[in-house]
Ligand binder design. Structure first.
Ligand code: TXA
Ligand code: MG
Length: 371
């Protein structure tokens, strides 16, 4: 494995948070078609009492606590092993509940909510006094999302209306898209996990800052710039979104952490297909001679073209929805398989491709080779 000190620090962090033994974690199964009212009440009561419940949303699994209780937010940071200056998203289930947690609701937010809520869009507002600084990482603003997943909605209502929830992974690992990954990371660390099956989208929500002079995308997601501009005419993008060297600190504090890093050293290779295949194979051959375990992230068409020990497809190149859904699973599997060097084909950056490449580039620490 390439001896970057970054990956060593990561490895130490992993050992320190390896296995949770603090709490007995109750695992329940519930899907959108079969909401069990009694179990839902029990889950809501856990959150009301200050405990944590992991739950499915349409984007990724969330790790939920009472957003209005500072101790709950502190517990979330502890369970994730996450720095507490990284603010949490407050999840609501009903529009009437927005008022109490924000100072004002700009016209742009009303329009975006009409079109995209409930759904995979997070909006940033100035916070009201009701929201503790522990939840917002010390900021005067608060991120709010209304998920469309029914299990998430019912849990939020049952928990009193305001659920702070980051993705339900240990800090530094890919966000969980399946319950088994939540169990892997959170068993023994939180009170309850609701298994609602695989998520639909697979990448975290789009974040739009409405406290900036112009509405600004801080994190790309399923709701694309084009979709937002259909409603708001003009939307800016945070300069640090697709580049590690923009020289600007990202406005979403969480985006500065190497969030989605696999254990192996990941490089993205961009260029014409045959040149990409030839370059990756030459690199892989060199790594194999040095007895390193190699992996490749590719698409269906090229799956059998590579010499790596393990090749994984994220679907068909033109099917971005599938690529979005598969990406984190593939990164997690490479971790489990102890792959040391990973090469990934680059993807297009139109539409949903922008969110896919944003996550892939971050996972690679922005290491890209142009061929
Ligand atoms: O799809 C999602 O958004 C998932 C599900 C569970 O809803 N949640 C999620 O949360 O991705 P998390 O904590 O993993 O990512 C939240 C991001 C971080 O990058 C954080 O810095 C940013 O949102 N954020 C939260 N509050 C903010 C604020 N007030 N200003 C700027 N960025 C904020
Ligand atoms: Mg996260």
């Amino acid at each position: 494995m390439g001896d970057s000190s970054g990956s060593h620090a990561m490895a130490e962090q992993r050992v320190a948070v390896e296995k949770g033994t603090d709490v007995e974690t109750k695992l329940i199964r519930m899907d959108e078609q079969h909401i069990d009212a009694a179990l839902m009440r029990e889950a809501g009561d856990v959150i009301k009492a200050g405990g944590l419940v992991a739950f499915p949303t349409e984007t990724v699994y969330g790790l939920g606590g009472n957003a209005l209780n500072p101790q709950s937010s502190e517990k979330i940071y502890r369970a994730k092993g996450r720095p507490s200056d990284n603010p949490l998203i407050v999840h609501i289930a009903d529009m009437k509940d927005l008022d109490a947690i924000v100072r004002e609701i700009p016209e742009s937010a009303v329009k975006l909510a009409e079109k995209f809520w409930p759904g995979p869009l997070t909006m940033i507002f100035y916070k009201s006094e009701l929201v503790p600084y522990e939840t917002t990482g010390g900021l005067d603003t608060v991120a709010v999302r209304m998920p469309v997943h029914r299990v998430a909605q019912e849990l939020i209502r049952s928990a009193g209306g305001y659920v702070a929830a980051p993705s339900a992974n240990l800090s530094g690992r890919p966000s969980p898209t399946m319950a088994k990954y939540v169990i892997e990371d959170m068993d023994g660390r939180i009170e309850m996990i609701i298994d609602g099956g695989d998520v639909e989208i697979g990448l975290e929500s789009t974040i739009v800052d409405l406290t900036a002079e112009k509405p600004t995308i801080l994190r790309p997601g399923y709701i694309t710039k084009q979709m937002l501009e259909d409603v708001l005419v003009s939307v800016e993008e945070d300069a640090s979104m697709m580049r590690g060297d923009s020289g600007q600190a990202p406005k979403a504090p969480g985006m500065k952490y190497r969030h989605y890093a696999p254990k192996g050293e990941l490089t993205v290779v961009d260029g014409e297909a045959e040149a990409v295949i030839a370059y990756i194979n030459a690199q892989v051959d060199g790594c194999r001679k040095a007895h390193k375990v190699t992996g490749v992230i590719t698409t269906d068409l090229n799956l059998c073209r590579y010499h790596a020990h393990i090749c994984k497809s994220v679907g068909e190149r033109q099917d971005e929805e599938t690529i979005a859904r598969e990406l984190y699973r593939v990164l997690r599997e490479f971790d489990d398989e102890n792959v040391e060097v990973i090469y990934a084909e680059a993807f297009g950056t139109d539409g949903l491709g922008q969110a896919i490449m944003n996550r892939l580039l971050k996972a690679a620490g922005y290491k890209v080779v142009q061929v």
